[in-house]
Design a protein around this ligand. Structure first.
Ligand code: MG
Ligand code: NI
Length: 472
């Protein structure tokens, strides 16, 4: 028996390792994803005033600071027991849409397009964003422009790209001025053209990846996402729904305070990253997926016209429940379009420039939960405070955690299908990295550690001998 490790899985955010065991005939017997670092974030916030949590938690991750800010301020709103002004909710959602656009553009164009456009088996030295710029300059330009637009929206609203302090408990700390509204509006048509052009391009090539579609985490699981009372998906303020593999809704309209009844968390011996599961089904049967595919499977519709046309086509093409993790890419592009349409709608609302944007209050509840859809999936911040508002206990469940069991299942499936330990080629291992990239995990969030993406793949023999290793 041999074991193969992939370390680091490149082009994802954070640090992780994949270990693949092969027998003497070169067949894969098992494979695991290990997340290798941990910072004990939840412990170190104990004793801090609750209102500092948004700024502290935004530093967990350089990639998703806006998502942590929003989950955190919602938990703080709950501790203050306030309903934030309507305009503040609109503005937070607008900021969130900017985050979706920039994050989905990063994932699709910068991290996964090299596999999709240059080929899973292409020269790894050129299978990156620079290779993309050389060989598909128009696609690379689109990716850069779309990401930049999302980043600009965040910057125009919140003042700086990383760790914006504009989002505060009770609302936001400054209203939107008409000039900024008009600047965002002016950029939307070009961004939407890119979103449509990319979707059209992707729909034209996706079925060339038949073998990947069939084997990239293509197995039934539950799916989870936030929806409104009509079943449309909600990125900022919905309630949690779980839908089963046959399309049946198994739980719906779960508020933040009820999450622990539905989500259990276990630890895996192979990883620091906790593994949440759907509690009514227990571990390990209660495996579920979040993020773009989770949301498009859980919801009944997006709720904006152009994204809904794409939503309908997506499900007509691949069924009501789309199982292959490869389709995270397709779902992500539909969501980028949705986020742009949602921005349009939010900016058309006259209330968006209202100046009442913040509620002030002290501690009125000793516990608060904030739940949002981060680009990568449901993000939960849960705090308990003392009478003075000092944090006594905190629990964070990040998107990548929800997907932990499913990513492991997918890594096993891809390894067993593509890897031949006797005739190892780089492209086989790249597919293991690629299925992880399809989920777009944020390992910075998962480990609560800052840093650049690193995952490695190790192929090991039964006796533990390292047979091969990839760190591209
Ligand atoms: Mg946690
Ligand atoms: Ni992150």
């Amino acid at each position: 028996m041999k074991t193969l490790k992939i370390e680091p899985v490149t082009r994802i955010e954070g640090h992780a390792k994949v270990t693949i065991q092969v027998d003497d005939d070169g067949h894969v017997t098992d494979a695991q994803l290990h997340v290798t670092q941990v910072r004990g974030f939840e412990k170190f916030t104990e004793g801090r005033p609750f209102y500092e949590m948004p700024a502290i938690t935004a530093r967990i991750c350089g990639i998703c600071p806006v998502s942590h800010l929003l989950a955190s301020v919602k938990a703080c709103d709950a501790i203050m027991a306030v309903e934030i002004p309507e305009t503040a909710a609109l503005l937070r959602e607008l900021l969130h849409c900017g985050q979706f656009v920039q994050s989905h553009a990063l994932s699709f164009f910068h991290l996964s397009a090299p596999d999709l456009l240059l080929g899973m088996d292409s020269d790894p030295a050129r299978r990156n964003v620079l290779g993309l710029v050389e060989q598909h300059p128009e696609r690379a330009r689109d990716g850069i422009a779309l990401r930049k637009f999302g980043q600009q929206v965040i910057e125009w609203l919140a003042g700086e790209r990383i760790h914006p302090a504009w989002t505060v408990p009770g609302g936001v700390n400054a209203p939107l001025i008409a000039e900024t509204r008009d600047r965002i509006r002016a950029g939307l048509p070009a961004a939407k053209v890119i979103a449509h052009r990319t979707l059209d391009f992707f729909k034209g090539v996706v079925d060339q990846f038949g073998e990947e579609i069939a084997n990239f985490g293509n197995a039934p699981t539950l799916y989870a996402g936030l929806v409104d009372s009509s079943g449309s998906f909600q990125l900022y303020d919905g309630r949690l729904r779980f839908r089963g593999p046959e399309g049946n809704i198994v739980a719906d309209q779960i508020g933040g305070r009820q999450y622990a009844r539905y989500i259990g968390e276990t630890t895996l011996p192979t990883s620091y990253l906790k593994a949440p599961y759907y509690r009514p089904m227990g571990y390990p049967d209660g495996i579920y997926r979040v993020g773009p595919l989770g949301r498009l499977n859980a919801a009944d519709r997006c709720g904006t016209p152009e994204a809904d046309a794409e939503f309908t086509e997506f499900h007509q093409r691949y069924g009501r429940m789309v199982e292959s993790a490869f389709h995270y890419h397709y779902a992500r592009l539909i969501e980028a379009l949705y986020a742009l349409e949602r921005m349009e709608a939010l900016l058309e609302d006259p209330a968006i420039v209202d100046t009442h944007v913040r509620a002030h209050a002290g501690v009125n509840a000793l516990e608060g939960v904030g739940m949002v859809e981060a680009p990568r999936g449901v993000l939960i911040h849960h705090y308990k405070v003392d009478e003075k508002g000092a944090i006594r206990w905190a629990n964070l469940i990040v998107a990548t955690g929800h997907n932990n069991l499913a990513m492991n299942q997918s890594v096993r499936q891809v390894s067993q299908h593509f890897i031949d330990g006797n005739h190892l080629r780089e492209g086989m291992l790249n597919r293991v990295s690629a299925v992880i990239r399809a989920f777009d995990p944020c390992l910075s969030c998962s480990t609560h550690a800052a840093g650049m993406p690193h995952v490695s793949i190790h192929l090991l023999a039964a006796d533990g001998t390292l047979l091969d290793e990839i760190r591209s």
